[in-house]
Write a protein that binds this ligand. Structure first.
Ligand SMILES: [Mn+2]
Length: 317
């Protein structure tokens, strides 16, 4: 698959790189990383990146999207990264491209591109791209290494969820390039005091459902108050606060519910169980130990909690 992907990249003079909306470190890291890889190895190609903006990862070098006109898609190759479902792709114009290629590490969801390089055994899309670069003997410059390392770190939970030998080997290969991982860590884990205060409040909101399951609910009214007071948004609360339940002794799986006008955002996590089938049952998806879904109301959200308890008891969902 790597050979075919590289052949496709070689064939096109203009390459436009997409990734999922609400980008995380892996989406941006793989986007910037692949752009840097292509620039380094094929300097005559024009490589552009598109997508929505970020605040959380605005410290990342080179993340700012390029201005791309519809016309530029004509005769171009569009590459979609770190995305398993069409509706998640930021900027739908990839369909205007001549050919499309996808690199992804999510569980397969649907056909999107002409050529797929999908391997869900990789902890991150950045890990998959690093393997691609190494196997294809591509030169990895400083920006590529730093960007790919950032995604590898964020999607592996700083090597906690994926501390297997391959992940560590890929990280080692990247850190051999000329950048200081500590620089990445300092930016990644720096937090504003307001956020630390908010997390403290969320710690006090944790509910214990029994059977080793915990959950937090933020209803509409509370969300409005919090997002105003803390200059945050529903997505930031949903993703940003789920970790407050992560290290409680006796809790193996947990879920953060955030009630919005569009439904209740659910962020599911687990230390030991595959909670992905539960997310899928409610129309979502993701990974074995980190998944998400959006359900219509809090009543449905509570059914999800019951399913998580049932999973822990070893019952069929
Ligand atoms: Mn990812």
């Amino acid at each position: 698959m790597f050979e075919k992907a590289l052949k496709l990249i070689k064939e096109y003079d203009r390459i436009i790189i997409h990734r999922h909306t609400n980008p995380d470190g892996d989406a941006l890291g793989s986007q910037v990383g692949l752009k840097a890889l292509i620039n380094e190895n094929f300097p005559d190609k024009q490589v552009l990146i598109v997508g929505d903006r970020t605040r959380r990862y605005a410290f990342m070098e080179g993340w700012e999207p390029d201005e791309v006109t519809d016309d530029q898609y004509r005769g171009a190759l569009a590459i979609v990264l770190d995305t398993s479902a069409k509706f998640m792709i930021s900027d739908t114009r990839y369909t205007l491209a001549d050919k499309t290629l996808r690199f992804d590490h999510h569980l397969y969801c649907e056909d999107i591109c002409d050529l797929d390089v999908i391997d869900s055994s990789f902890e991150s899309c950045c890990g998959l791209l690093t393997q691609f670069a190494l196997d294809m003997d591509l030169r990895i410059n400083r920006l590529a290494a730093k960007s790919l390392f950032t995604g590898l770190v964020t999607d592996s939970g700083r090597f906690r969820y994926a501390s297997n030998s391959r992940t560590l080997r890929l990280a080692a290969a990247l850190t051999e390039r000329d950048f200081d991982p500590n620089e990445v860590y300092c930016e990644l884990y720096a937090d504003d005091y307001a956020n630390i205060r908010l997390r403290a409040q969320y710690t006090l909101k944790i509910n214990f459902a029994g059977d080793g399951v915990a959950y937090i609910i933020t209803d509409k009214a509370e969300l409005e108050r919090i997002t105003k007071e803390y200059d945050n948004d529903a997505f930031g609360i949903s993703r940003g606060m789920v970790g407050t339940m992560a290290d409680i002794r006796g809790i193996d799986s947990w879920v953060n519910f955030t009630e919005t006008e569009q439904g209740v955002l659910c962020e599911l996590r687990s230390k030991r169980y595959n909670i992905n089938p539960i997310a899928v049952k409610y129309g979502g998806g993701g990974h074995a130990r980190a998944s998400g879904a959006t359900v219509p109301d809090l009543q449905t959200a509570m059914q999800m909690v019951q399913d998580m308890r049932a999973l822990h008891r070893g019952e069929k969902i």
